[in-house]
Ligand binder design. Sequence first.
Ligand code: B4P
Length: 193
Amino acid sequence: MINLILFGPPGSGKGTQATNLVEKYNLLHISTGDLFRSEIGNKTPLGLEAKSYMDKGALVPDEVTIGMLKKKVQENPDVKGYIFDGFPRTIPQAEALDAMLMANSQEITSLVALDVDDEEIVKRLLNRAKTSGRSDDADESIIRNRLSVYKETTAIVAGHYEKKDKTHTVNGVGGIDEVFGRLAEVIDRSLVA
Ligand code: B4P
């Protein structure tokens, strides 16, 4: 099984690249952000709770996020592997993911991080806000809060997998196809390692 984590700050291109990676590697794409937005769209209690955090650019609490992720994995056991997009974002989430995979004699194959500078991210997300209708993209101070949360709480997750020699970083600035080529090269190398 192939278990990839697509990592990087908000707006670094994770969702964009996951779509292409799914085609190439035939994996199930699980985006916790997309799962939350679907719950919000369906006005479920989980969605209402998640929205109160997402609108501020804060992380949704771990127990809610981990429970939702596990459910999605358990509903899809017969796949070649997973692309985890936007998960894990905290050390407890990473530990829960490792434990869940280990219970099935699996592990993370590789964490691939997209490196993009803050100003490029702010530009991309404000631009996406024009069509996405996402309130967390429309306000620069909320975007900057998301970037601070990433630096303070999420970035250390890359270090967690670095200790296991699983972390790889690629330059996320450039055309979408160009960035995809860089990702595929790193992933292909980690698959034969
Ligand atoms: P996400 O849905 O994961 O939001 P994101 O990080 O903004 O999306 P992504 O990074 O995939 O967007 P992309 O770069 O592809 O999370 C939203 C919120 O949900 C979080 O803030 C949090 O509140 C909550 N949440 C989610 N997961 C959680 C977890 N595990 N724990 C707790 N809370 C959680 O796209 C950005 C834009 O850039 C697009 O417009 C795209 O077209 C553009 N773009 C992409 N690649 C480009 C390129 N190469 N050049 C130019 N533009 C590019």
